[in-house]
Write a protein that binds this ligand. Sequence first.
Ligand SMILES: Cc1cc2nc3c(=O)[nH]c(=O)nc-3n(C[C@H](O)[C@H](O)[C@H](O)COP(=O)(O)OP(=O)(O)OC[C@H]3O[C@@H](n4cnc5c(N)ncnc54)[C@H](O)[C@@H]3O)c2cc1C
Length: 422
Amino acid sequence: MKEIIASEFESEVLKSGKVVLDFYSSECPPCEALAPKFESLAGLYGNDIKFVKIFRQKNKELADKLEVRSSPTLLFFENGKEVGERLSGGIKRSDIITNLNTLLSADQISVINNKITPTVTEYDVMILGAGPGGLTAGLYLCQAKINTVLIDIALPGGNVATTHEVSNYPGFIEPQKGYMLSHNMSEQTKLCGTAYKVAVDVSMVDLFKKEVILDEYETIKAKKIIIATGTSPNLIGVPGEKELKGKGISYCATCDAKYYGDKEVVVIGGGNSAVEEADFIAKFASKITMVHQFDTFTSNKTAQEKIFSNPKISTLFEHEPRSFKRVGDKMVTEVEDLKTKEIKTLESDGVFIFIGMKPNIQLFKDKLTLDQWGYIKTDEDMRTSLPDVFAVGDVISKKYRQITTAVADGTIAAIAIAKEMN
Ligand SMILES: Cc1cc2nc3c(=O)[nH]c(=O)nc-3n(C[C@H](O)[C@H](O)[C@H](O)COP(=O)(O)OP(=O)(O)OC[C@H]3O[C@@H](n4cnc5c(N)ncnc54)[C@H](O)[C@@H]3O)c2cc1C
């Protein structure tokens, strides 16, 4: 692997055959998460593809010229031309491999695959999910000198990382940006010494053996597991929704509202998330139509008042979406009036969907006792129905899902484990 500066770009990248170039920055957690993957792939693919790194802050002009706008960004080159898809953010090993393999022949890929040696690493505790629940458990376990690994399919932070502002986490007088709050939680746990495996593919979880397989080659074993995998947004399940996800339909206001400056937006839902996020989107959009199946919002009254007093926001109660289509630049949402059965069409620039969440338990749902809504049942120490398997945060059966309650669960599980292990 070679580190270059901008003046070497032509000779080391454009005139060097097959190259993968990593634009990285300092103080960049996703760059730190990528670095070991990039290095290990350089070891595997290095005979056929050149691995090059460039420090973005010191080579800004080149980054701007190549339209690199976030760190890390991986670019793939073949004979002086950029090829394949750029990767940025929480980059997965499997996505890099997919891009690298497009540069190679089947024989070369097979030689590389034969070189991959499975690894096994053992810890005392593994935590699946690095949201507030998992991060807090990781902090307490680390401080109790218990060898712990935090595993996440994305970057650390969980749902807080994509929440625009958090105003109810104690200890902060001013509302905190969600990504900063989760960044601070993650750094605190990392600095303590907890191991991190983030932006990985978790392909197998064996709760009986306490083993998981990451990126199809790395086995992690532990004496105990904490499940802290949280929740993901529910889909409506109507035609066009899956196809237009990320192409006009969004589930994250923090991520996407800024792209709707002076544009018209439809928001589906009427609970706390929908109402709070609509209020946030209204900082950017010129007009918002909220579509909700009931005759009133189910969110808290203060948030509702903000919606009703905002002239940019109108409401369509007792309506449900029936399909989404893209027509030219516009999104067309078909909604049904539940009282009259009349179908209406709403034209907008984008659609946001906030209709609740579902627990992330696909990999182990058959092995644990769940409640009627599919959330994991635990006792007061956060123990599940399986020995040495704990669960914390939004993924468990409970009444209130907040950062404070996830953090509390993580604390309880870690203290219970520390008592058992010490
Ligand atoms: C839009 C929105 C706004 C919110 N606003 C607030 C607020 O203002 N105040 C408040 O207190 N709460 C708020 N919440 C709720 C709060 O975010 C959650 O209660 C909290 O994040 C739960 O933490 P958690 O650790 O249980 O799960 P999560 O935050 O959901 O984190 C779970 C983590 O597990 C990872 N994961 C998933 N599957 C796997 C797997 N198979 N293997 C490994 N890792 C996996 C995910 O990538 C994620 O990082 C909000 C939630 C949303 C969606």
